[in-house]
Design a protein around this ligand. Structure first.
Ligand code: C2E
Ligand code: CA
Ligand code: CA
Length: 870
């Protein structure tokens, strides 16, 4: 046993004797005793303040780890005890007091670590807090794993929660040192105390009369004094105090010396020999006064509180950080919430007491599935960090979006000890993003996807179809006569119709398919996952197309009136991502136009042939404009004769000698010429050329009786001034008008029946003849036939072709012949190719025929040879 430990033992013995057994009655002893008591109380208060601070403020964000450091490495031990008395939470300092690893301590009974003598007191203390919610403190002795005992100060606080069991928060303070200090401060042992070097505390004694201060080794060490130095003058002491702290120091000292306070206590900074500043807690008391009560000697102890001061500073910063605008909460490793800040309460509506003890799932909105949370926890555990946006629900049930950051905090042994989460409300941002998205991708009127979103969907659909090898279909829907509705009933009604159309279209499709509005009255639909077999896919698309036609044919309620509308639908199929969106749209559009041309309120499929026609169309149009200028048109003549081959005349048929394509059929270019109105100059050229031919035949006996039939297109006929034009040509070539026969079709006649009747009569008057071309294919009705000044009916070649094939057609041929006879008209059959057909026609009284049997249409030179032969 060395000198120090002998002194220590003597000291302890003396102190025990003094506190436990024999009351010492000197006034100095009493003062010291009171001082010690005060000191003790004060220390507890201090520790409670630290605890208070800790509970109120956690450092997060940058200071998150610091908080955990503070928690774990605080000089104070922390514990959470369950109702059953089990340890649920424990910090590192507390584990050190017990000398056992944290994971071994969790869920063990705390009473197991209390010495048996203190067992009852612990029980009463715990129950007092649990049952009566008393905020209490107590001193107990704990058992350290190495067998030693450790006196501790316990503070207990009840933590209640609506949804979880209440717990008791315990603060543990190791009071070995303060007990030792109490002993040191015993006046009797003061000199011995001064020689103590083991204690982490400085002790001093001040002779007020001489100003001499003697101190122990630790006192000297703290200030960086030379080793072995034991005394100084009081003025040295004062000189080293930080100027900012000097006033408070003096005030405390004077108060005590003047007997206004029971003891002296001050916290202040002193300059060490190295020039740095050291925070000290200085406590002392006058230990000797003269008979008048003036102080003679004073003694005390000093403690380095730099670490505590630093912690307090950190806590202050952490507290500010924690109470930021961002909502925050801290959970333990089991994801049980331990702390929340005020912003958390503001944002979620849950008070701290309601949240603590709960799991974060209390905020769950139900909008994310199990997999979402699993992924989140997975990332968190692997990377230690997760961030993202998430939908949660406030206490009042309102949903909100938050931007959430979660970090894990690990204890020095590498295990996750806490999760720290911070989040901000981003509902508004989400809403404005949604609004921007809505504006960018949706049609504001029908709320259907717009062209841009449609393109995205189609791109995806193409990739999917490529992968699944299933067909998809694109439907292009255009409302018939929509412009008329807009013009007559106004745009508001138009908008109403479009909105209702959009809703009906949505009803016609399956989930996963897309309805979009491209603009105006144009809608498109993407059908996905159709059959892998083309013919089935076509049928599926057709079924849906027909369903749409039916749906859009239902009457619309526009304001107060009923309205009927019909659609035209073009459909194209796709099964490869190589197809371009624009090409598909073009195809569906072309098909839609085919549906319009086919009479509207119907659907058409696009097929490559249709596309080829369209392509040819475009280049043909350019060439057609040049054709007239470059004299590329020619007239061919096809003879019309009696059964005994007596030639009556010919039908002139237009030919286009294209420089590259060769002879182009009128079937190919007449419709195009009509569309571009080029038919007007072309038609005039035909008429002129035919009349010029008639004129040249006029002077020759065996040709002067010949009649030429000229085809007239509807555009040409209905053009204002057609009659005058014919008259002018007849006059110009000075021919007999009855040599000219105009072939009109039934559709031409019906197009504008009034105009037709007027014009026919005008021309008939001057002697021009008329033949009804392709008779039998249109809506022939006796009513209009009788009104028209027709000279001839021309039996359509389709009926002639079916003579001997289709009995009904043979009957039609007979009927037409009979009709012509009854109406006093001439009759001719075209397209006669066989002797059988000719014989049938002859048998049934059709006097004239035209067809390959006698001659194909031929150029004039060849036709004139035919004339000579007959
Ligand atoms: P269309 O007026 O019905 O002319 C009869 C068509 O039948 C001609 O075709 C003719 O070559 C063809 N044809 C004549 N006999 C036979 C036969 O025995 N068997 C078969 N299979 N076909 C026969 P083309 O010349 O190609 O004319 C087609 C259509 O073009 C004409 O039909 C007519 O509507 C129009 N077209 C021809 N020339 C003119 C014209 O100068 N002006 C106008 N507006 N249309 C014309
Ligand atoms: Ca004809
Ligand atoms: Ca014909």
């Amino acid at each position: 046993m060395n000198k120090d430990s002998i002194a220590q033992n003597t000291l302890r013995a003396a102190a025990e004797a003094r506190f436990c057994h024999a009351p010492v009655t000197t006034p100095v002893d009493r003062a010291t005793e009171e001082l010690l008591h005060e000191l003790q109380v004060h220390q507890i208060e201090l520790e409670m303040q630290i605890e208070e601070l800790r509970r109120a403020h956690f450092d997060l964000d940058e200071s998150r780890d610091r908080y955990i450091d503070l928690y774990d490495f605080s000089p104070v031990g922390y514990l959470t005890i369950t109702q059953a008395g089990l340890i649920a939470e424990i910090n590192l300092t507390a584990t050190k007091l017990l000398g056992i690893d944290r994971h071994e301590l969790l869920y063990r009974r705390f009473s197991a670590f209390v010495i048996p003598e203190d067992g009852d007191r612990w029980y009463l203390f715990f129950v007092g807090i649990m049952k009566h919610n008393q905020h209490k403190n107590i001193e107990l002795t704990l058992k350290h794993s190495d067998g030693t005992e450790c006196p501790v100060q316990l503070n207990g606080l009840l933590v209640t929660s609506d949804n979880a069991d209440s717990t008791v928060r315990i603060t543990l303070t190791d009071i070995t040192e303060s007990r030792r200090a109490i002993a040191h401060l015993s006046e009797v042992e003061m000199n011995a105390a001064l020689s103590l070097t083991n204690a982490e505390m400085g002790s001093w004694e001040w002779n007020i009369e001489t100003g001499r201060i003697i101190f122990n080794e630790h006192w000297a060490k703290m200030r960086g004094y030379r080793l072995g130095e034991k005394e100084r003058h009081f003025s040295d002491w004062e000189n080293d105090i930080h100027p900012d702290d000097l006033q408070a120091y003096h005030a405390a000292l004077t108060a005590h010396l003047e007997n206004r306070s029971l003891f002296f206590q001050a916290e202040y900074r002193v300059r060490t020999q190295s020039g740095s500043w050291l925070w000290l807690l200085d406590r002392g008391a006058v230990i000797k006064r003269d008979t008048e009560g003036s102080p003679l000697r004073m003694a005390g102890i000093e403690m380095d509180i730099s670490k505590r001061k630093c912690n307090e500073e950190k806590l202050r910063i952490a507290a500010i950080a924690f109470e930021s605008q961002e909502a925050m909460f801290v959970t333990n490793a089991n994801a049980v919430i331990m702390e929340v800040n005020q912003a958390f309460t503001r944002l979620t509506g849950y008070r701290a007491a309601e949240a603590i003890g709960q799991k974060p799932s209390m905020l769950s909105s139900g909008r994310h599935d199990q997999a979402f949370y699993q992924t989140m926890w997975g990332i968190l555990k692997n990377k230690g960090f997760w961030q993202g946006d998430i939908w949660n629900r406030r206490k009042d049930g309102v949903f909100y979006a938050e931007w959430l950051n979660i970090s894990t905090v690990c204890s020095p042994d590498g295990c996750i000890s806490h999760y720290v989460a911070s989040f901000t409300d981003i509902t508004k941002e989400k809403e404005s993003i949604a609004k921007i998205h809505q504006l960018a991708y949706y049609d504001p009127l029908t709320l259907l996807p717009n062209r841009r979103l449609f393109q995205e969907h189609l791109t995806k659909a193409l990739i999917i179809s490529d992968r699944s090898e299933r067909y998809g279909a694109l439907l292009f829907i255009d409302l018939d006569n929509f412009k008329a509705l807009n013009d007559t009933l106004g745009h508001d009604m138009g908008d109403l119709l479009l909105t209702q159309t959009g809703a009906r279209l949505l009803d016609c499709i399956r989930k996963g398919d897309t309805v979009a509005r491209l603009g105006g009255d144009e809608f498109v639909i993407i059908l996905e996952e159709l059959s892998p077999t083309c013919t089935y896919a076509v049928n599926q698309a057709k079924d849906i197309g027909e369903k749409i036609i039916l749906a859009l044919n239902q009457n619309y309620q526009l304001d107060h009136s009923n309205y009927h509308s019909t659609p035209s639908i073009g459909i194209t199929l796709f099964n490869s991502s190589k197809e371009s969106i624009n090409d598909l749209l073009k195809q569906a559009d072309i098909a839609m136009y085919a549906a319009k041309a086919g009479g509207r309120n119907t659907l058409r499929f696009f097929d490559p042939e249709m596309q080829a026609t369209i392509m040819a169309h475009a280049s043909l149009e350019a060439d057609l404009i040049q054709a007239l200028k470059n004299n590329q048109f020619k007239l061919y003549f096809q003879l019309q004769a009696t059964h005994d081959r007596r030639i009556l005349g010919a039908e002139v048929l237009l030919r286009w000698e294209h420089p590259e394509r060769g002879l182009v059929s009128p079937l190919e270019f007449i419709p195009l010429a009509e569309e571009t109105r080029l038919i007007l100059p072309i038609g005039l050229w035909v008429l002129e050329t035919a009349c010029a031919q008639l004129k040249s035949w006029e002077g020759i006996p065996h040709t002067r009786h010949l009649q030429l039939a000229v085809n007239v297109s509807a555009h040409q006929f209905h053009e204002a001034g057609f009659v005058e034009q014919v008259c002018a040509v007849l006059e110009k070539h000075a021919i007999q008008p009855d040599r000219l026969k105009l072939e009109l079709t039934e559709s031409l006649v019906l197009d504008n029946i009034e105009d037709t009747i007027t014009k026919m009569h005008a021309l008939k008057k001057i002697g021009v003849h008329f033949s009804m071309d392709d008779f039998g294919t249109g809506y022939s009705s006796l009513a209009y036939l009788t009104q028209l000044p027709l000279d001839q009916l021309k039996i359509d070649q389709s009926f002639v072709h079916n003579i001997g094939v289709q009995p009904t057609d043979a009957v039609i041929v007979q009927t037409i012949i009979g009709m012509a006879n009854n109406l006093g008209m001439d009759v001719i059959a075209e397209g006669v190719e066989t002797e059988e057909q000719r014989a049938f026609l002859e048998r049934h009284g059709c006097p004239a025929i035209q067809g390959y049997l006698f001659s194909k249409p031929v150029p004039i030179e060849q036709f004139e040879l035919l004339l000579k032969q007959s």
